[in-house]
Design a binder for this molecule. Structure first.
Ligand code: AMP
Length: 358
């Protein structure tokens, strides 16, 4: 795309969750309209988008409507069918490119891609039956067994702490009999992630890495700056840059890493979209990850990624959202609620970022 999208142009967003909501809000800031497609009726993004298409991701009339009415398409959810994104990309620009989505949807393809781009991951092997699993557990002395597809927030995972010869029996069918991957258990010192963006002209901008704490496989908090050495920071930046370049990527990408005692990093996974561990950019940077993504897909110049403050972002999960009035009384705190009225355990209801000085 050579010319930037003019004001009044429409950005189509596949997926109507909180990420889509925050993208739609960022798009509105530049005078763009948004059309959101989501199979769920009252999705958080539908509440703020100009238009909402309530349909399945493979609904042909819905996709035709998007391709006729939008100027560019993006997505906020990595499990949108690749076929949907590929067919839309035949009619209009789709960013990030479908190849990025394809790699990110399958943990095996993702690791093969990363290793081929010279980026280290945990050792892994594909598991298609209990015998594969027994071999893998013996080879890695335990490991983390994950579904190759549709896993997120620690869902579809099982940890084996040793090469116990019986603990794994039946595990393949217990995980649904679907293709699996076994990863060696990484003795990481900390987990960090980085949000990086690439524009169509090849320019790249990276934010400071965040240090992440998970609870029950779900992101609980992200602190910036991460407590890492300069050489680790350089490795993280380089890996993100290499991934963006190899994929001819356009848009914002999240990359999660394990940091080892040696300071070396292994990529855990990539997310071809704005990412929960980048929500802090909304409060501590002039240009948030959401605005950055809109800039990239609209053909505008990438924005400044400088951080003006240290900060800690925390998710409000389930009834933690009831803390909202108390949080609002705090200075130097930005609260963001997602418009989800139905409070359920484990559901991400909002987040806040506390600025902690600099
Ligand atoms: P994932 O859904 O792959 O991001 O995994 C969720 C969380 O499980 C990660 O953030 C880690 O805390 C943990 N985890 C995942 N894979 C491994 C691994 N290979 N070794 C150790 N911990 C892991």
């Amino acid at each position: 795309m050579s010319d930037p999208l003019p004001q009044g142009a429409t950005i189509g967003i596949l997926g109507g969750g909180q990420l889509g909501r925050m993208l739609a809000m960022a798009a509105a800031k530049f005078g763009y309209r948004t059309m959101v497609l989501d199979p769920a009726a009252d999705s958080p993004a539908a509440q703020v988008a100009n238009e909402f298409v309530h349909a399945a991701y493979d609904n042909t009339p819905a996709l035709r409507k998007l391709s006729e009415r939008c100027d560019v398409i993006t997505y906020e959810f990595e499990n949108v069918p690749v076929a949907t994104v590929a067919s839309l990309s035949e009619q209009l620009p789709v960013f990030p490119p479908p190849e990025a989505l394809e790699s990110a949807q399958d943990r095996l393809a993702e690791k093969i891609f990363l290793n081929s781009a010279g980026i280290s991951t945990a050792p892994f092997m594909s598991v298609d039956n209990d015998d594969d699993l027994a071999r893998g557990l013996a080879r890695f002395s335990g490991g983390v067994l994950k579904t190759r597809r549709m896993g997120y927030d620690g869902k579809g995972q099982r940890v084996f702490r040793s090469a116990d010869t019986t603990a794994h029996e039946g595990a393949f069918s217990q995980m649904g009999g679907v293709p699996l991957i076994l990863e060696a258990l990484v003795p990481f010192r900390r987990e960090v992630s980085i949000i990086a963006a690439r524009a169509a002209d090849g320019s790249i901008a990276v934010y400071d890495p965040a240090e992440n704490e998970h609870r029950d496989g779900v992101l609980y908090r992200s602190a910036v700056p991460a407590n890492i050495e300069t050489k680790t920071r350089t490795a993280v930046d380089q890996a993100a840059t290499d991934i963006l370049t190899s994929l001819h990527y356009v848009g914002v990408l999240g990359v999660e890493f394990f940091v080892l005692d040696s300071g070396k990093v292994l990529v855990n996974e990539i997310a071809p979209r704005v990412h929960n561990s980048g929500h802090w950019t909304e409060a501590a940077c002039t240009v948030s990850q959401f605005e950055q993504h809109i800039r990239a897909v609209a053909g505008l110049p990438l924005g400044d990624t400088n951080r003006h403050s240290d900060c800690v972002m925390e998710n409000l999960i389930g009834d933690e959202v009831l803390r909202a009035p108390d949080l609002l009384a705090e200075p130097d705190l930005m609260l963001h609620l997602y418009g989800k009225t139905d409070i359920r355990p484990g559901r991400k209801m909002g987040h806040f970022t506390r600025l902690t000085g600099n």
